[in-house]
Design a protein around this ligand. Sequence first.
Ligand code: GH3
Ligand code: MG
Ligand code: MG
Length: 463
Amino acid sequence: MTAQILVVDDVFANIKLLEAKLSSEYYDVISAKDGFEAIAKAKEHKPDIILLDVMMPGMDGFEVCKKLKEDFEVSHIPIVMVTALTDKSDRIKGLEAGADDFITKPINDVALFARVKSLVRIKMLMDELRLRDKTSIEMGIKQEASNTLLSDVSGSRVLLIDDDAVQGKQIVSKLSDTYEVEWIQEPDDGLARARDGNFDLILVSTLLTDADGLRLASQIKSQEELRNVPLLVLVDDDDKRIMLKALEMGMNDYMTVPVDKNEMIVRVRTQIRRRKYQEALKSQYQMSISMAITDALTGLYNRHYLNTHLSNMVKQALKNGKHMALMMMDMDHFKSVNDTYGHDAGDLVLKQLANLIIQQSRSSELAARFGGEEFVVLMPETDPASALAAAKRMRDIVEATPFKINAAGATIQKTISIGVASLHPDGDSAESLLKRADEALYEAKRSGRNKVTVSATLAPKGW
Ligand code: GH3
Ligand code: MG
Ligand code: MG
């Protein structure tokens, strides 16, 4: 996943510092030295995130933020305000101006990367949702874009697990204006409640007296039905080790206690919005089933939808200077399933393969049945190396999965061949991208099957 970040600061040394930090994590950085330049560059480059200094001469960060949020062209770009550590009123003003998150100077790397990563992820889902809306509107199966409504998350359900009576009460009071909060003081009850309560977000303290909060958080996160429920942990301000560990363990973000009210509101909001976008993508898919754009046997998108959406995705990626990739896969010796076990067994195998593909794909990816036993996955914002890794994972999973061939539960082993192609920044198109993937797939078959091959012609830098 690659992302472009606009860094705005009037002090050149600060820009350089952030540029060095962010580049080391492979973000693409552009910069602006004042508010006017920031607005101009935001409109020109449409970055994925803006890191905005508050204190700047001429136009301060609040005013820049407000102007950007009022401008339809750029209002969807998440803004992180870089504020002074001491000044709480900055955060209130930032919130009023529409900021999506805050970080304080001097900048702590863990905080910086956590915020940027969360926001890049949500931006990516949002972009894909907007694109699918566009495709659906073009295909005449939808009247207007719906996702603008999703930014309102008030009334969402939050579960707080914290045994500290004073701290818990403060957090509940800070969040209750906006969210419906349930507070569990007994950590032992936390897991069961998390499972049953249908929450939009879960907050777990890592400062529990008699229990290991991080372990509890990780137990919650590992429940299949809670996998997509955002989980934030409360950590001690000085405990960098726990912050890092929490993020490594897959928690969505952390907040340091005592928690600033405004910071908490935005951070909770960001995570709930991410979940809502994921759900919107899912429900769009559900809707698509009744719209004749999915394939009847497998339930995946059909070739017609794929073609329309691919062409939009390619245009968007070229316009924004983004990576994108696709994989085309085909089951090896599928005909022999039909010949040996009958056509119904073949159908059953195809359905199971489609389910595997869905399970393996991320919410922003789009899986389609391209033809008979051929499938395509579109991967927005995916660089060539990640696309190759995803294809290899898919190949491995298929090889390791027994496919049922009848109701009695008899199974067979199958493999797939995959061709991967990545978008080239100049002169590429949906047609040529598909063609290269198809050629790579052919090569994978020719070289013995159960293989992943990357398209050689027009391979972008990095191969
Ligand atoms: P290869 O490894 O070269 O891909 O060999 P293969 O046997 O998988 O490929 P081939 O293209 O020779 O055969 C594909 C077969 O898939 C032929 C066709 O009858 C069958 N097929 C296509 N669509 C369906 C379907 O919806 N259901 C079933 N059961 N079979 C299908
Ligand atoms: Mg085949
Ligand atoms: Mg085939």
